[in-house]
Design a protein around this ligand. Structure first.
Ligand code: ATP
Ligand code: MG
Length: 364
C-alpha cells in the first residue's frame, strides 16, 4: 500500500517564511494525482517533502502505514523525476539506469533483468549503449523515467518532467507516462503547469494557491463545478469569463441582469443576493455566435469585436460589452469582422455564479 497522507503539515523554510501553512491531503494507493497552481505556491515543496528532500516543520506525513517524518529519503521507497533529468553524462543509458541498483549491491543478473525490462517498456532498447548526449530530449527523459522504474518504487514523484520538451514530444510522453502508470499500478504524484497534462493525466487534480489547497477533485468536477473564482480561472483555456451582473426578481424567478439579457437562475442559493451584484462566470466555449444551432437555452448579448483569432475550424473572439472584456470560442465564420458589433449567445445552463466579496461559488 502506498497511499500518502498529509496531516496538518506545516513547512517553514529556514528564512522564517511559511510556505505551507496547514496541509491536509489524502492521496490514494495507485492514484495519479496532479498538483497545479501558480509559480511559488508550494508544489515542489510538497513533492520534496514526500521524497524526504525537505524536512517537515510540524504535522505528520504518512506513506502507507508508516509515519515518515524522520525517515531518510533512501528508505522511503520513492523515485523522483525532475524537470532537468540530470543523467550522468559519462555513463551509457544502460549504466545510467543500473547505477542506483549497483550502489545498493543488487545482484548483476537482477539488475540486468530490470534494466532490460524498463528499456523495453520505454522503447529504449536500441539506445542502451549510447551516452546521453547522443539522445534526443524525449529519449533522455525516458532514460530518467527508466532510472526511476528499475527501483520498483512504491511512489513516483514527477516535478514538471516534460517542460523541457517541444509540443509534439510532450504529447507523446504524456501518453507514455499515463500508460506507464496503468502498467506499473503505483501511486504517481505529478506537478505541471500544463492545462492539458493536468486535465488528461490526473485521476484527481489538486489546485493550490499560496500553499493552501483550493479544490482536490476529478478533472471533470473541477471543470464543471469549480468551488471558487480562482479554480474557475485556473482550470480551462482560454480562461473563464467573469462578468459583473445584478440579481433581480421577475415574479418568483431570480434573474441575472446583464446587457440585453435577463438570465433565470433556479438554484435557491441565489435568493440572498437579490438586489446585489454578483460575478457571473461563463467559459469561452459556452458562448456562441447568434444563430448557433443547439437545443440549449440561450441568452443574447451584443458586443464589439476587438480581435478575431482564427484557429482553423474555430476562432477566439475578444469582445467588449458594457465596458467588460470577454472571450468567446466559436465555430469559424468568415462574416464576423473586427471593429463591428457581434451578437453572441450564452448557453444558460453553463453559467456559474460567484460571490463578489468571497469569490466562492454560489451555484453552477
Ligand atoms: N530552500 C528555500 N528556502 C526558502 N524559501 C524557499 C526555498 N525553496 C522554496 N522556497 C520558497 O517557497 C515557495 C514555494 O516554492 P516551490 O518551489 O514549492 O513553488 P512551486 O509551486 O514549485 O513553484 P514553480 O511552479 O515556480 O516551480 C516560494 O515562495 C519559494 O520562493
Ligand atoms: Mg516547482
Amino acid at each position: 500500500m502506498a497511499n500518502i497522507s498529509f496531516k496538518n503539515v506545516v513547512k517553514t523554510y529556514d528564512n522564517g517564511v511559511t510556505v505551507i501553512p496547514d496541509l491536509n491531503l489524502e492521496i490514494e494507493d495507485k492514484e495519479f494525482v496532479v498538483l497545479v497552481g501558480p509559480s511559488g505556491c508550494g508544489k515542489s515543496t510538497t513533492l520534496r517533502m514526500i521524497a524526504g528532500l525537505e524536512s517537515i516543520t510540524s504535522g505528520e506525513l504518512w506513506i502507507g502505514d508508516k509515519l515518515v517524518n524522520d525517515v531518510a529519503p533512501k528508505d522511503r521507497d520513492i523515485a523522483m523525476v525532475f524537470q532537468s533529468y540530470a543523467l550522468y553524462p559519462h555513463m551509457t543509458v544502460y549504466k545510467n539506469m543500473a547505477f542506483a541498483l549497483e550502489l545498493r549491491k543488487v545482484p548483476k543478473d537482477i539488475i540486468d533483468q530490470k534494466v532490460r525490462e524498463a528499456a523495453k517498456i520505454l522503447e529504449l532498447e536500441p539506445y542502451l549503449d549510447r551516452k546521453p548526449k547522443a539522445l534526443s530530449g524525449g529519449q533522455r527523459q525516458r532514460v530518467a523515467l527508466g532510472r526511476a522504474m528499475v527501483r520498483d518504487p512504491k511512489v513516483f514523484l514527477l516535478d514538471e518532467p516534460l517542460s523541457n520538451l517541444d509540443a509534439k514530444l510532450r504529447t507523446e510522453m504524456r501518453t507514455q507516462i499515463a500508460a506507464l502508470h496503468k502498467r506499473l499500478a503505483t501511486t504517481f504524484v505529478y506537478v505541471t503547469h500544463d492545462q492539458t497534462e493536468a486535465m488528461t493525466m490526473g485521476d484527481r487534480i489538486c489546485v493550490m494557491k499560496d500553499g493552501v489547497i483550493q479544490q482536490f477533485d476529478t478533472p471533470q468536477t473541477l471543470y464543471n463545478y469549480p468551488c471558487n473564482m480562482f479554480v474557475a480561472g485556473f482550470i480551462g483555456s482560454p480562461q473563464m469569463n467573469f462578468i459583473q451582473a445584478k440579481v433581480e426578481k421577475d415574479g418568483d424567478v431570480c434573474v441575472l441582469v446583464f446587457n440585453e439579457s435577463r438570465i433565470p437562475v433556479k438554484d435557491e442559493a441565489i435568493l440572498p443576493y437579490v438586489g446585489k451584484e454578483v460575478i457571473m462566470g461563463i467559459r469561452p466555449e459556452d458562448i456562441h455566435l447568434e444563430g448557433f444551432e443547439t437545443s440549449c437555452e440561450k441568452a443574447s448579448i451584443t458586443a464589439r469585436l476587438n480581435i478575431r483569432e482564427v484557429l482553423g475550424s474555430e476562432m477566439n473572439l475578444y469582445v467588449t460589452c458594457e465596458g467588460q472584456k470577454l472571450t468567446a470560442k466559436v465555430l469559424y465564420d468568415g462574416n464576423v469582422k473586427e471593429d463591428e458589433d457581434v451578437k453572441l449567445v450564452f448557453d444558460v445552463n453553463k453559467i456559474h455564479v460567484f460571490d463578489k466579496d468571497t469569490e466562492a461559488a454560489i451555484c453552477h
